[in-house]
Ligand binder design. Structure first.
Ligand code: 13P
Length: 342
């Protein structure tokens, strides 16, 4: 294991109050988002959109790392330069999603297990050769009647730990992403209970698989009420529930926690991250950052609509959201930063 390389990369990803941009939507997910806006669902449209992202001026001032997808890491800008080169030139560390998606877990109706361990050692070697310095694997946990089950959490935690071990062997920082979904009418308290249980099981498995905690990052959900729960807690209540949950379950040796946005609005995701940093900064052993996809990209995608003429404006919106989230890491985000045009 290349301990120093792992520790250095993890530190660099959390440095200067920056965060990560997830641009690793699989083709089906990317196509779904395009379809909603009437954008053609073609390889060229996906390439053009990702070129818009990697060429956004000043993105590297707020973004430390970008997570790519298998198709995207092989793509190039119109001028022939690879996206990996474009990111590196912008001071952004390239990473790669390496799971191959969540499938139904046999014998556990309504629950999923993330797959992709077969051949992973070889795929990691190829991605590393292409310039990726870190990787991501997302497990999906659903809250519902009688779920999540112990069997589902165990299976996903084990896969996350096996993935993390292979990444560290390859000298790539694993981003460990156990996502408890927001879908449903469950309460914030139920989400807290499930998130804590999942995190405890994930860290048990990481320990069992001899993962170097200093050389990984955690990418969790915030502790939130379900999207259709009638009672929606305040930004401050969400911040308190989330950080208190992590203080119990995430070892201090982990250098950083970078949240997924999970379908929250861009503004709420920034406001909640900001409140956590304002209220807990001096008490947290880890950096508290972001690794958002929708909460950074969605406003830009809506402006772009697949049209060249909208690229500059979409890039401004993207860069603006990244900047808001960097401010949130410092506890300096303010709702007044939200301009109608952004
Ligand atoms: P969202 O921020 O849109 O939840 O995406 C983050 C991510 O990488 C999901 O795996």
């Amino acid at each position: 294991m290349k301990v120093e390389e792992l520790i250095e990369t993890a530190k660099a990803l959390m440095a200067d109050d920056k965060g990560l941009l997830a641009m690793d939507e699989s083709n089906p997910t990317c196509n779904k988002r395009f379809a909603k806006l009437g954008i053609p669902q073609t390889e060229e449209a996906r390439r053009a959109y990702r070129e818009l992202i990697v060429t956004t001026p000043h993105l590297g001032e707020s973004i430390s790392g970008a997570i790519l997808y298998d198709e995207t890491i092989r793509q190039r800008k119109k001028d022939g330069a690879s996206f990996v080169t474009a990111l590196t030139d912008a001071g952004i560390i390239p990473g790669i999603k390496v799971d191959i998606g969540a499938n139904d877990l046999a014998a556990f109706p309504g629950e999923k297990v993330t797959e992709g361990l077969d051949g992973l050692r070889q795929r990691l070697a190829e991605y590393k050769e292409m310039g990726a310095c870190f990787a991501k694997w997302r497990a999906v946990i659903v809250i519902g009647d009688g779920i999540p089950s112990r069997g589902c959490i165990d299976a996903n935690a084990h896969a996350l730990a096996r993935y993390a071990g292979l990444c560290q062997e390859a000298g790539m920082v694993p981003i460990v992403e156990p996502e408890v979904l927001m879908d449903g009418d469950h309460t914030l308290e139920r989400c807290r209970e499930v998130t804590e249980e999942v995190l405890r099981m994930v860290f048990d498995q990481l320990k069992a698989q001899r993962i170097l905690l200093e050389g990984m990052l955690l990418k969790p959900n915030m502790v939130l009420p379900g999207l259709t729960c009638p009672h929606q807690e305040s930004v401050e209540e969400v911040a308190d529930a989330t950080v208190n949950c992590f203080l119990r379950a995430v070892p201090a040796a982990v250098p950083g926690i970078a949240f997924l946005s999970g379908g929250q609005s861009a503004e709420l995701a920034s406001a909640r991250l900001n409140a956590m940093n304002v209220r807990f900064k001096s008490r947290m052993p880890w950096a508290l950052a972001f690794s958002f996809s929708r909460a950074i990209q969605q406003p830009a995608l809506e402006i772009w609509q697949g049209k060249d003429a909208n690229v500059a404006e979409a890039q401004q919106a993207l860069s603006y959201r990244a900047k808001c989230n960097r401010a949130a890491r410092r506890g300096e985000y303010d709702a007044t930063m939200e301009k109608p045009s952004a």
